[in-house]
Design a protein around this ligand. Structure first.
Ligand code: HEM
Length: 578
């Protein structure tokens, strides 16, 4: 461990070190030495030297492939103790004639640059800057409070390796709190990185990377393998695939493609009796070559494969970096047991900005199921405008707010005296969506709020909120709010808008044979007596600051390392090879 790491521990982490000794993770370092596969061992010596010294204190690590290819990218290392996260990031390929470079690391709400909380290191000044990006993919804004603490840095032989620490929750509205993500049905944490060989931060080109990780998971075991093991064990090996082989992605910027099969087409080998099976999760079946063209996909249960958006219920949304999902072992989705879940329908959004033609791809999902029922049936509660009643309605220019309010009478009808647990929540708008919230209102007070403060449809089709499961009780009302910037009209294409909150909950609730559902009723819709009818209010705002967005707003500093507490790192500059 270098002198400055010792200094860092002495000044910053002493308390944690005394209470909770940091794990020595020999295997983490061993595996990480295999990163950067295109480099020779001579070219990796700065990295492997660091791995065998400072690298050993980080029990977790992941490789974030760059947009240019999977053999280069950023290696990220971390350790979480009771209150803080300690991060190291290593990048190569500075290709730097002046001996300077920069690297940025970020925690992103939706998965991309917009809405990201960043730590930026410039080797020319040895400064680590706490920054954030709200609306524009442009130069990050410096935070009012400098919460990241620089611990150590190496700029050598084409490498930059930086180590820094922060509280998990700084209480700063220009930072994202780092939340427990250690469960297969919770949203993972979305990391981003970028780097370059200019003296100060500038556009990175292809030197950018994204990855979804579980920061709090205790091992480095590959999440895809953990998921498959869990699903194989839970299903006894029963699965079916929905897959298209040799699909030629059109040479178009954006393509939506559907893969769908009905119960009859799936032809499952089921014992005699009712056709129902219990779906417990699934994994995408895609290779790296195909992944580069994938924007997102959404999985629906529906009546048939006709694509009728009114007859479907979303059960899963995949975004780049996601490995799949598995429900808790007491919860499952009943499938093929009603008229409305006879088909499994996957809508895939491909991105092909380079208009590459002629390449064939195999793409799909593997779904795991059991023949037994689980203790609780899962279901999806859809809020906002799930039946697309607003299709065709024009949206004002500027910032516009649409509030859909579902009264407490609706949950009273469906829940009786029960509570339900919301396991996962996905918020869905299209390209002009800029912020979205879904609130549970109890006795007139906001009881729970799920928010995507900076909506970025480019990253996820429906944004999976990173939050712990929560309960909804009979009598709770909902308010679903969507904010658009220069929207056009409501409709089904990506350029047109939607506003739907999907809440995955258990146990499933029904009334008069209908699943729990609250929509905006068209004028001629008969009163069904459930009380489940959304009220709509539409307000034009002067600007986004009126939308209630919190991320990026000025804040009082609880901890600021730009002040006298900052530690100067002992940055190591190796001689450049002649
Ligand atoms: C002057 C600074 C920067 C400028 C002008 C800039 C600009 C851009 C632009 C125009 C894009 C979209 C086109 C593309 O993908 O190349 C983009 C994407 C991206 N940037 Fe940056 N960037 C800057 C700094 C950063 C930093 C510091 C990070 C990481 C901490 C970062 C991470 C990313 C990532 C991960 C993407 C791809 C995902 C997305 O589209 O949001 N950028 N950037």
């Amino acid at each position: 461990m270098s002198l400055n790491s010792v200094l860092r521990n002495a000044l910053f982490g002493t308390l944690f070190l005394l209470l909770l000794p940091r794990t020595q993770a020999v295997s983490a370092s061993t595996n990480a030495s295999e990163y950067f596969t295109s480099l020779t061992s001579d070219e990796k010596v700065v990295f492997t030297d660091w791995l065998s010294t400072n690298g050993t204190i980080y029990p977790r690590h992941a490789f974030m492939p760059s947009a240019a290819g999977t053999d280069n990218g950023a290696a990220v290392f971390w350790d979480i103790d009771c209150e803080s996260i300690h991060v190291a990031i290593a990048v190569q390929g500075m290709d730097d004639p002046n001996g300077v470079g920069w690297v940025g690391f970020g925690l992103s709400e939706a998965g991309g640059m917009i809405g990201a909380d960043m730590a930026l290191f410039e080797s020319s000044t040895l400064q680590l800057t706490d920054a954030h990006v709200v609306e524009e993919r442009s130069f990050p804004i410096v935070d009012d409070c400098q919460d990241w603490l620089l611990n150590d840095a190496i700029d050598a032989n084409d490498w930059i390796i930086v180590e820094f620490s922060r509280k998990l929750d700084t209480g700063d509205d220009q930072d994202h709190a780092i939340k427990n993500d250690d469960n297969l049905w919770l949203a993972p944490t979305r990391l981003i990185a970028a780097w370059g060989h200019t003296g100060s931060i500038s556009y990175h080109g292809q030197k950018k990377a994204r990855k979804a990780v579980r920061l709090f998971a205790s091992s480095n075991e590959d999440e895809a393998s953990v998921l498959i093991d869990t699903l194989e064990a839970g299903s006894g090996g029963l699965s079916f695939e929905l897959r298209e082989n040799d699909y030629e992605i059109p040479a178009d910027d954006t393509t939506y493609h559907t893969v769908c099969k009905t119960f009859d087409e799936l032809n499952l080998d089921l014992p005699p009796g009712p056709s129902m099976v219990t779906m417990i999760g699934g994994v995408p079946v895609i290779n790296e070559d195909t992944a580069q063209f994938l924007h997102h996909f959404m999985v629906y249960l529906q009546k048939d494969c006709s694509g009728d958006a009114l007859q479907r219920s979303m059960i899963y949304g995949w975004a780049p970096g996601d490995e799949g999902w598995a429900l808790p072992d007491n919860v499952g989705f009943p499938v093929f047991n009603t008229e409305y879940n006879q088909a499994v329908y996957v809508r895939i959004h491909f991105d092909n900005p380079s208009m590459i033609s002629g390449s064939l791809h195999s793409i799909g999902l593997k779904f795991y199921y059991t023949l037994e029922t689980r203790t609780h049936d899962a279901a999806i509660l859809e809020l906002g405008d799930p039946t697309l009643t607003l299709v065709g309605n024009l949206i004002s220019q500027g910032i516009t707010q649409y509030d859909f309010s579902c009264p407490g009478a609706c949950s009273s009808t469906y829940l009786g005296n029960d509570n339900v647990t919301i396991l996962a929540e996905y918020l869905h708008m299209h390209q002009t969506g800029t912020r979205m919230t879904n609130e549970v209102v109890r006795d007139g007070v906001i009881h729970h709020s799920a928010a995507v403060d900076v909506y970025d449809f480019k990253q996820q089709g429906a944004i999976h909120i990173q939050q712990a499961p929560y309960e909804v009780s009979a009598g709770d009302a909902f308010k679903t709010s969507c904010y658009y910037r220069d929207g056009d009209q409501f409709g089904i294409s990506s350029q047109q808008e939607m506003c739907i909150a999907y809440l995955l909950y258990y146990p499933a609730k029904q009334s008069q044979g209908f699943t729990w559902f609250c929509n905006l009723k068209p004028g001629d819709w008969p009163d069904d007596g459930t009380g489940c009818s959304q009220e709509l209010e539409n307000t034009d705002l002067n600007d986004i600051s009126q939308s209630g967005r919190v991320f990026g707003t000025p804040t009082n500093c609880q901890l600021d390392h730009s002040s006298s507490t900052n530690i100067q790192p002992a940055v190591t500059f190796y001689d450049k090879p002649t």
